[in-house]
Design a protein around this ligand. Sequence first.
Ligand code: PBG
Length: 330
Amino acid sequence: MTLGSFPRTRLRRNRQAPFVREMVRETRMTPGQFIQPLFVAEGKQKGPIAAMPGQTRLDLDELIKECEALLALGVGCVALFPVTPPERKTPEGEEALNPDSLMVRAIKAIKQSVPNIGVLADVALDPYTSHGHDGVLDAHGYVDNDRSLEILRRQALMYARAGVDIVAPSDMMDGRIGQMRDVFERDGQKNTIIMSYAAKYASAYYGPFRDALGSSANLGKGGKETYQMDPANTDEALREVAFDLDEGADMVMVKPGMPYLDIIRRVKDEFGVPTAAYQVSGEYSMLQGAIDHGWFDEKKVVLESLMCFRRAGADMILTYFGKRAAQWLA
Ligand code: PBG
């Protein structure tokens, strides 16, 4: 680092006009780095999401139109979150393995109508279980790791066979990446990308998402602390990432995003692998709420929040602002 002294060094010289600020900018951001999460629903479950103003549960026709619009804006990938009707939720989450589930139909519909957009499918049981956990429970109500693995592995294979580009296990069970990678290899699904939710924290910032899926009421007071990470830990995040890479993950994710930029930086520095950040529902609702009150300049605050992920080391960003940000960057 070169030190300077005033007045020979005036740091403001490089900030004085747009052309020079553009030249010295260290970090760039393009729509192709955004992954847009989309909620998919049918019948009376479609429509606006109260806890996430501006976000909507789309039916399959709307989903296709949205994918076309995103692709035209340069957003290369969508992450799908299906809403399961309450009467289809069971303790064992059988709907997760239904070959005709809304997720499977959504994957096939997009790959048929908009083949050039990447499709990412979240793999976990919480949209399908009546208790709202990401796995199945043992006799004591504890989330049973190994029995959950068997279901998750089959769920992931079903999505791979349906043509999904990326599976993203968000369940935080131990050993899931290896099991999925092995079953993909045996089944000839050798090009299916695995993006692991590697450092996923037990976070209050997921609140609005659980409202969107209708899984919060089911979860009751019990949280997900026995499988998602403690927000106090950072070394543990590196162990999670190391394990998932060793087991065959192609990319890793840190989640939530904005309060966890230090984790993104450590992961990127330590491993140098494709790293995604998830700006989660609560971060969206926080920003959108203040925007709606007129307290923030919408475009400036959103683009700043996204640029900070890039600066912290994220290659890709899952963000509900993906479409808007792509419009602004055009
Ligand atoms: C499900 C899942 C969650 C999110 C993505 N996948 C919620 C959770 O773990 O409870 C959160 C996304 C968001 O808040 O935007 N396993």
